[in-house]
Design a protein around this ligand. Structure first.
Ligand SMILES: C[S@@+](CC[C@H](N)C(=O)[O-])C[C@H]1O[C@@H](n2cnc3c(N)ncnc32)[C@H](O)[C@@H]1O
Length: 244
């Protein structure tokens, strides 16, 4: 198994690969209390509805045991808690203490601080491993996917929600104008927090620099998932899934 970084070095945001995780964590820590508000208005309020719908369509249902990696403030974890109900078990994993604190305040019940590349759980523990808009932030997709497969029970499913750079130039230009310039500017002004602006610029820059969907699918295959799948919504939302 060879490593695969989700994107090349982005020197504006971190010094080198050794400090990347700490510097990214600091950005998310500093902007955590604004994250939900910004991502909700950025998606015109559709973000939480879309996540819930995608999780249900992936087959997650009452009683399931789910690990939500890159959980942040709980945008995926909270609907998971509702869907799996009182007989389910949902754990939110994230390296940013600030994002985890916000998640706890919003009602996330079980949390673990950690990264997708090193999961503190035994083999064959979960029915589902989910990750919402955080695939771009792991250091190595190959290691993370091997970990996701390890902690899944046989027959368990990995579900990854991600934004993908549009293929056509006009779509790319419009989305970039919105996400790289308009959203960070407005978020910075309203929050009066410079890190919020930076983190939203980072949000787009990692999307633009991200490896293509074919590489994500190949990495899932290399990690031992047969027949990984990508479902596209509106050309920019990618729902990757694969079964152990
Ligand atoms: C854009 S937020 C996504 C939050 C949430 N899942 C959602 O759907 O909105 C990305 C999250 O990935 C986390 N993250 C950063 N590095 C990570 C890593 N190596 N493994 C897992 N999560 C990571 C960040 O701390 C941040 O909370």
């Amino acid at each position: 198994m060879t490593g695969l970084a989700p994107h090349g070095h982005l020197e504006r945001y971190y010094k080198d690969s050794a400090t990347r995780q700490t510097e990214v964590d600091a950005m998310f820590d500093d902007s955590a209390r604004y994250y939900d508000a910004v991502t909700q208005w950025m998606s015109f309020g559709s973000g939480s509805w879309y996540r819930r719908d995608a999780l249900r369509r992936a087959g997650i249902s009452a009683g399931a045991a789910v690990l939500d990696t890159g959980a942040g403030t709980g945008a995926v974890t909270l609907p998971l808690q509702d869907i799996t109900g009182p007989d389910g078990f949902v754990v939110a994993l994230d390296p940013s203490a600030g994002m985890l604190t916000e998640g706890r305040l919003r009602g996330v019940k079980q949390q673990v601080r950690g990264v997708g590349e090193r999961l503190p759980f035994p083999d064959d523990t979960f029915d589902f491993v989910t990750m919402g808009y955080a695939l771009r932030h792991v250091g190595d997709l190959a290691t993370a996917f091997a970990e996701y497969r390890r902690v899944l029970k046989p027959g368990g499913k990995v579900v990854l929600l991600e934004i993908t750079r549009p293929q056509n130039q006009l779509g790319l230009l419009l989305l970039k104008g919105y996400m790289r310039y308009l959203v960070p500017s407005i978020a910075g002004v309203f929050s009066r927090n410079t890190t919020v602006r930076t983190v939203m610029e980072y949000y787009w820059d990692t999307i633009e620099a991200c490896v293509p969907p074919e590489s994500v699918l190949a990495a899932l295959g290399d990690a031992g998932f047969p027949e990984p799948n990508r479902h596209r919504v509106l050309g920019i939302f990618s729902e990757y899934s694969a079964i152990k």
